[in-house]
Design a protein around this ligand. Structure first.
Ligand SMILES: [Zn+2]
Length: 342
C-alpha cells in the first residue's frame, strides 16, 4: 500500500471519528484525568494536557473544529516560547518525543484507564503536518478500545481500587534484544531461563567449596585471614541471593519486583511477571516487565506497587506516594483490583 493511500485511509478514519463530539469530549476528559494522575513533569505531557483542555473547551462551546496550532496548545499549557524560538519548533520537539518515546510505553496504560472509566474508545493525539504554508495542526481522535487482556474487567465496588498497567518500562541496553516484546518461555529461551537459576546455584556451590578448600589448606589460621574470608563469603552470599531471589519469586508468585539490572536507569518501581496466553492455556507463558499503578481514593495521589516488607511479607502491595505509611492497598494482578489494607 502506498503512503498516500495509507494517509487517505487515516484521514477518512480521523474525520469519521471526529464526527462524534460527545464521545471525543469524554476521551479528552479521560486524557486530562490520566495526565493529572499518571503524567510526568515535562513539556510533552504539558502540551498533551493543553491539547486535551482545548478540545474539551471547544466541544463544550459547540464549535465545530477541534484542531489546534502549536501556538494554541502552548498558550493552553501556559508555556512561554523562549525568545528567538518559534512555537512550532518548540512544540514539534516535544511532540516527537511524545510520539516516539512516551506514547508507545503508555498506550496500554491509557487504554486501561479509559476502560476503567467505562469508555468504549481511548484518546490518541494526531498531527497534520504543515501543508502549503499553513501551520501544523494538532488534535485528538477516538480510537476504539481493543478487547481487554486482563482477566476480569468488572467495575470497582465498595472500597476497591483499580490498577492500570501504567507503563511498559524501557529495558537496560543489554536486555533489549532478549526481552523486547516479552520473554516467551519456550524453546531455547526457556532453557536459558532455567540455566540461569540452576547454573547460578551450581556456580555458588563450586565457589563456596573452592573457598572452603583454600581455607582448609592454610597451614595456620590467622585472625586476619579468617575475618576477610568470612566478609568475602558473606558479601558473595548476599549478592548471589539478590540475583537469585527474583528468579525464585517469579516462579513461585508469578510476579515480583524486577531486578534493577534488567531495566533502564530512568525506570523505577517496575514489576516482572509471567503472563499466560489465556486463562485456560497450559502454555508456560511470557515474562514481561510492567509498572502497575493506581490512584489513592483518600488523597488522590499515585499508588505504586512495592514489596510488602515485614508487615505484608511475601506479597506485593500498593502504597500511596503521599501517605506511604498509612494508605496501603492490596494488589491482585489477576483482576487488577485492590482493597484497603490500612
Ligand atoms: Zn493516599
Amino acid at each position: 500500500m502506498t503512503v498516500s493511500k495509507i494517509k487517505e485511509i487515516n484521514d477518512l478514519h480521523n474525520d469519521e471519528l471526529l464526527a462524534e463530539p460527545t464521545e471525543l469530549v469524554e476521551s479528552a476528559r479521560c486524557l486530562e484525568k490520566y495526565i493529572e494522575r499518571h503524567g510526568e513533569q515535562n513539556l510533552s505531557f504539558y502540551a498533551l494536557r493543553g491539547l486535551a483542555i482545548l478540545t474539551i473547551e471547544r466541544i463544550e462551546q459547540g464549535r465545530p473544529t477541534t484542531k489546534f496550532t502549536a501556538q494554541n496548545i502552548l498558550a493552553a499549557a501556559e508555556i512561554s516560547t523562549p525568545e528567538g524560538k518559534a512555537a512550532g519548533t518548540l512544540l514539534s520537539q516535544a511532540w516527537n518525543k511524545l510520539i516516539d518515546n512516551i506514547l508507545p510505553k503508555r498506550k496500554k496504560g491509557i487504554q486501561d484507564f479509559a476502560r476503567n472509566l467505562g469508555l468504549n474508545c481511548y484518546p490518541w493525539p494526531v498531527k497534520d503536518k504543515s501543508d502549503g504554508g499553513l501551520p501544523s495542526k494538532y488534535y485528538l481522535i477516538d480510537r476504539p478500545l481493543p478487547e481487554s487482556d486482563i482477566q476480569t474487567i468488572e467495575p470497582v465496588v465498595g472500597d476497591q481500587i483499580a490498577y492500570i498497567r501504567e507503563l511498559t518500562p524501557e529495558l537496560a541496553w543489554w536486555a533489549k534484544p532478549l526481552i523486547r516484546n516479552g520473554y516467551r518461555l519456550e524453546g531455547w529461551r526457556r532453557w536459558l531461563f532455567l540455566t540461569y537459576g540452576v547454573g547460578f546455584i551450581l556456580l555458588c556451590g563450586i565457589l563456596i567449596m573452592f573457598s572452603l578448600g583454600l581455607l582448609w589448606s592454610e597451614p595456620t589460621w590467622s585472625l586476619r585471614g579468617l575475618s576477610s574470608s568470612i566478609i568475602f563469603t558473606g558479601l558473595f552470599a548476599y549478592a548471589s541471593w539478590m540475583l537469585l531471589r527474583p528468579f525464585f519469586r517469579l516462579l513461585e508468585w508469578r510476579i515480583t519486583m524486577a531486578p534493577t539490572a534488567l531495566i533502564a536507569l530512568s525506570e523505577f518501581n517496575v514489576q516482572m511477571e509471567i503472563v499466560r496466553d489465556s486463562q485456560f492455556n497450559v502454555s508456560p507463558g511470557t515474562i514481561r516487565l510492567v509498572r502497575y499503578a493506581s490512584t489513592c481514593p483518600q488523597c488522590k495521589a499515585k499508588i505504586e506497587v512495592e514489596e510488602g516488607g515485614k508487615e505484608f511479607a511475601n506479597r506485593l502491595v500498593g502504597r500511596c506516594r503521599e501517605n506511604p505509611g498509612e494508605h496501603i492497598y492490596s494488589f491482585d494482578r489477576f483482576t487488577c483490583k485492590g482493597r484497603t489494607l490500612r
